[in-house]
Design a protein around this ligand. Structure first.
Ligand SMILES: [Fe+2]
Ligand SMILES: [Fe+2]
Ligand SMILES: [Fe+2]
Ligand SMILES: [Fe+2]
Length: 401
């Protein structure tokens, strides 16, 4: 399939920025802005197009480890600056690196995310020093710091603060070469214009080298698997949800003798089906009780966000449908659109049945997973009342019983 991995990343990067919004309580665009700055630095350092392409992907993904919910409990209280607090744990570097280990980069970069908070003088989380730090890590660290000085607490631009930081950063934070580039950038009008929230996405798209690669679906799956892990790690309640759904989708595809291509597409849809949950605050996802009506309305939006992210990706049209219809019901009582049976194709119905089955059978901190017999009874009841597809429910019973 002709595919641009970075187009895909930019399309779903809003989801990563939502994680920050959830943690910080404000819209930040930190990931996108760091990516744009990374590209500016990389180009000025004359990296090859392939390296710039990988630097773009890595910078969009640089804080992916932050969705891990357990990180927040470990942070010292005395950190006052929101963003420092937010990235102030080396855990997010370790988790972030692990999450991208299967990503199909072009230049085989190593440990870039792991070392994205190292300082040139060796005072980073892991004490790596000078050019022992991978160059792309050095660039992302510089871009990340630039970004963190970009806005003040009120959300206004702070050019003065950036300029002050840039003048001080030869002191050891970055190499001299990068310090020089930062000086140029901080004084360039177009850089400042492109960093504004309304121009940012366009500027980012325009500065990423456009490689449309012939990417086999199993490689694309390695990328979507990264997002599946990010979504699953967001809430301890659903730690294996997307992974479990993808495994079950694969089993059903085999049962229905789907060809390799359709099987891969179904698995990708399962990986990404709850992507929009990154936009739902953990304070709602993690309540061990029935949700209030208002909370439920917020949770329901996740499928809408999944659709908004995926529908911009060329070649993902059917995947978008299967992934974002998983809460629709045949009798029109589902969400977000209240679609009815005639609007739901076979794979959307399959995804709907599998999502319920997966949710019921997985263990939650406040209850054990249901057995197959208990879960399938609920599915049969739902099929009887017109919510789920009867024949698919029977097939699930056959395959998983
Ligand atoms: Fe970070
Ligand atoms: Fe960051
Ligand atoms: Fe969902
Ligand atoms: Fe789900």
């Amino acid at each position: 399939m002709q595919f641009s991995l970075n187009d895909f990343l930019i399309a779903v990067s809003f989801a990563l920025d939502f994680v920050e919004m959830d943690r910080l309580g404000m819209q930040s665009n930190h990931g996108k802005r760091t990516a744009y700055l990374t590209l500016c630095i990389a180009r000025r350092l004359n990296l090859s197009e392939e390296e710039v392409y990988d630097a773009a992907a890595l910078s969009i993904l640089h804080d992916n480890g932050l969705s891990e919910s357990s990180l927040y409990e470990q942070l010292p209280q005395e950190w006052d600056h929101a963003v420092t607090k937010f990235e102030g744990s080396r855990g997010h570097c370790v988790i972030g690196e692990k999450n991208v280990k299967d990503y199909p980069f072009l230049t085989e970069p190593e440990d870039v995310i792991l070392y994205h908070h190292e300082r040139y003088d060796g005072n980073g989380f892991f004490g790596l020093k000078g050019d022992k730090i991978p160059l792309i890590s050095q660039i992302i660290a510089a871009a990340d710091s630039f970004e963190n000085h970009f806005k003040n607490a009120g959300g206004d631009y702070c050019q003065e603060r950036v300029l002050k930081w840039v003048s001080g950063c030869e002191s050891g934070m970055v190499s001299q070469r990068i310090a020089l580039v930062l000086h140029q950038m901080a004084n360039e009008r177009s850089v400042w214009e492109n960093l504004s929230d309304d121009k940012l996405e366009q500027a980012l798209k325009a500065s990423v080298p456009s490689f449309f690669l012939e990417v086999p679906l199993d490689k694309i799956r390695q990328v979507t698997g990264v997002f599946s892990r990010i979504v699953d790690s967001k809430s301890s309640f659903t730690r294996r949800h997307s992974k479990g759904l993808a495994e079950k989708a694969a089993r059903m595809a085999q049962y229905y003798h789907k060809d390799q291509e359709e099987t891969a597409r179904l698995i990708i849809a399962a990986d990404l089906h709850d992507l929009g949950k990154l936009a739902v605050p953990n304070s709602i996802l993690d309540v061990p009780r029935a949700l209030t009506a208002e909370e439920f309305e917020t949770v329901k939006k996740h499928v809408y966000y999944t659709r908004v992210a995926l529908e911009n990706i060329r070649g993902f049209e059917d995947i978008t449908e299967w992934a974002s219809n998983h809460h629709e019901k045949l009798n029109g009582k589902g969400y977000p659109f209240g679609k009815t049976g005639d609007e739901l194709d076979f794979n959307s119905r399959l995804m709907g049945c599998l999502d319920v089955y997966q949710a019921l059978t997985e263990e939650r901190p406040y209850r054990k997973g249901l057995t197959h017999t208990q879960a399938i009874k609920i599915l049969y009841d739902m099929a009887g009342s017109g919510f789920l597809d009867k024949l698919i429910t029977k097939d699930l019973d056959m395959v998983f019983g």
